[in-house]
Design a protein around this ligand. Structure first.
Ligand code: SF4
Length: 425
């Protein structure tokens, strides 16, 4: 398979590392790209889905070109930063876009160069290794939430020594005991932190009218994502699992190109309204919800499709199922979103997410839930709380744990997914 120019971002980061690893990297790369290329072919009837993949693949490379040409780009943590960043003319790239370089060296680098213990969660190791590989590249700003995860805080300290500019947002949390007065204080504090961040990044206060414009744009786009999921209820295989995962991922940061992303959603809506029904080779379609982290092992999504499954409800960190919360000003609206007010994977108790997930499961007719977390992550506890809740509601679920860095899924994970879907068939 030849690599297109839009795939270059998956190749270029490894050039700065030992040349002996390049061949191995290309093999690994081949794995993830193969799934995307294969999915593009399967969706040949849909120019919109093909465009969606192209937007995703060109995201980081185009942002780097933008940075080289004098534009601003920042790596951000969490799916909540788009309105503020776009309001400052900064292209946001979420940290989980790291390790898309396809390098299998990232964890080794983290362990050797940063002396990370082997027990460190794979997300931290992969990101650290990849930030090291990207250290000579043009994106230097990193926006970090101190309250998100302590291992990630340590990782940000370590990469500061590699030439990155780390901008911290002080810790906030939304505990189970969600006293409204306390929440209001937390929201004001976080909104002030965001205002300070804007000054640190640009040297001046952010234009609040621009932030409002960007929140309105986000809400309009989320409305289109919901319309697509609604239309897909009667034709679940028109966009297969990997495609919907990319659509949900893009709904937070628009792959750096909000107008193009929105136009792609418009096209997808047009297609879905008149599309022929796509039958499952297995007859019945088993509708599923995916809750938790998104796996970078794309083989898992392909296995779901191949077994006659379809993920109809995604409850990942992006809260696409509701609009951004209303507040006294747009920065407080962002603060409420960060605190998980609309059911996203915010900074606080996982119990706040139970009802929003339940609504998603009911609305999209999922007959079973796949809970996904990363090995070594404290969010495994969240998963247990959530699984317990849905067990009491007699909704079948399966808990999967995988590693963060790009690679093939383990045979055990594939077997468990197959058995789960078979059980629900
Ligand atoms: S997987 Fe969990 S512990 Fe690891 S960096 Fe991500 S949130 Fe933190």
């Amino acid at each position: 398979m030849s690599l297109t120019t839009t795939d270059k971002r998956l190749v270029e980061p490894v050039k700065s590392f030992a040349s002996g690893s390049d061949i191995r990297n290309l093999h690994k790369l081949h794995g993830q790209l193969t799934y995307i290329e294969q999915s593009k072919k399967e969706h040949a009837y849909s120019p919109a889905v093909v465009k969606l993949y192209d937007l995703a693949l060109s995201y980081v490379a185009d942002a780097e070109t933008h940075a080289r040409n004098g534009g601003r780009v920042a790596r951000v943590m969490g799916p909540w930063m788009a309105p503020l960043m776009y309001a400052m003319d900064i292209v946001p790239i979420p940290l989980n876009e790291l390790d898309r370089s396809g390098s299998d060296d990232t964890i080794t680098i983290a362990e050797d160069h940063f002396q990370l213990p082997k027990e460190t969660c794979s997300m931290v190791s992969s990101m650290l290794g990849d930030l090291y590989l990207h250290r000579d590249r043009p994106i230097k700003d990193l926006v970090v939430f101190n309250g998100r995860c302590e291992p990630l805080n340590i990782a940000s300290d370590l990469v500061a020594a590699e030439g990155y500019r780390v901008h911290r947002i002080e810790a906030v949390n939304r505990p189970l005991d969600n006293d409204p007065e306390r929440l209001a204080v937390t929201v004001r504090f976080l909104a002030d932190e965001l205002a300070d961040l804007a000054i640190r990044l640009t040297g001046k206060p952010v234009d609040l009218a621009r932030v409002e414009f960007e929140i309105a744009r986000s809400n309009r786009i989320l409305g289109k994502v919901r319309r697509i999921f609604d239309l897909r209820k009667s034709n679940p295989l028109y966009i297969k699992t990997l495609g919907t995962m990319f659509m949900v991922t893009g709904s937070a940061n628009f792959f750096g190109k909000p107008e193009q992303y929105e136009a792609t959603l418009d096209l997808l809506i047009e297609e879905l309204i008149t599309a022929d029904y796509i039958r499952s080779a297995r007859g019945k379609i088993v509708q599923l919800a995916w809750v938790g982290g998104r796996s970078p092992a794309f083989g898992l999504y392909k296995t779901i499709d191949d077994c006659g499954g379809a993920v109809t409800a995604w409850a990942t960190p992006n809260s696409w199922s509701q609009d951004w919360p209303r507040a006294r000003n747009p920065l407080e609206s962002i603060a409420l979103q960060i605190l998980g007010k609309t059911g996203g994977n915010g900074l606080g108790s996982p119990v706040h997410r139970l009802k929003p997930i339940e609504r998603l499961v009911n609305e999209f007719g999922a007959s079973g839930i796949i809970f996904y977390s990363f090995l070594g992550c404290f969010r495994g506890v969240h998963q247990e709380i959530q699984r317990d809740h849905f067990q009491k509601l007699a909704i079948p679920s399966i808990g999967l744990e995988g590693t963060f860095h790009v690679g093939p899924p383990s045979g055990q994970l594939l077997t468990r997914i197959r058995a789960f879907i078979e059980m629900l068939s």
